[in-house]
Write a protein that binds this ligand. Sequence first.
Ligand code: SF4
Length: 289
Amino acid sequence: MEYEGIVYRPPSEAYSLIVQVTIGCSHNGCTFCGMYKDKKFRVRELKDIISDLEQAKLDYGVVKRIFLADGDALVLKTSELKIILLKIKELFPGCERVGVYTTPKDILAKSVEDLSLLKALGIGILYLGVESGSNEILKSINKGVTAQNLIMAGRKVKESGIKLSTTLISGIGGREKISENAIESAKLISAINPDYVGFLTLMLESGTPIYKDIQNGIFHVLTPEEVVQELREFLENVEVTNCIFRSNHASNYVSLSGTLPVDKDKLLSDIDITLKGKHGYKQEEYRRL
Ligand code: SF4
């Protein structure tokens, strides 16, 4: 197996075989993201990807889950993904799920029929960073798409039957846009109704444009209490059915999880206990990406 640079994967893929299909992210422009800044985006040669899969077969034999890295393997043409997924089926007949990071543009470039074919070939979950539902915030972080684009992309995935995991970022609008981030994100998630919605909390990476804005006093980072208030406002306003909610990522100040809508009241009550000072916030030095 060959890995190039730092490889990122969602927490739920901790025990998956990770195979790099692309190097970096095809967008690589979000102002808060430093994950792939040291990588020039490219799609790996198919022969190298196949060779990694064959090596993994020799090394591990049985594999139950596979994650195709880096930043957005869904950018590959459907015909290229088909070759990779058929090879996975041949080598790992017991593989239960293939997971992939995607950008909204990758999804929009595919038809529902393409996505349904990819589901039939093994892709079980797509991870989509929506970051915020506010058009102003999406523009300010250079996400490259509008909230409407994100809704269209999310609904396409749902229509195909592939599970959709979405992530939002607490504090991504700064102190001036706490309510806007909460309410517009709740509207976006309500419109998509994904299978999973997770919150990360903004982490500051030196060298990113947002980091420079903070140093120049243009962007104001939320306190832990403000992060939790923003989360509360989101939860109050979101309307989904059977959606697993998590804000238990290493970057979060307070760990919460449940299923929406059934656990909404419990989640709000846990937040209120935290805000009343009866629960502590994770210390800054223990927060991670
Ligand atoms: S947040 Fe996602 S889409 Fe944006 S640059 Fe980072 S990896 Fe790419």
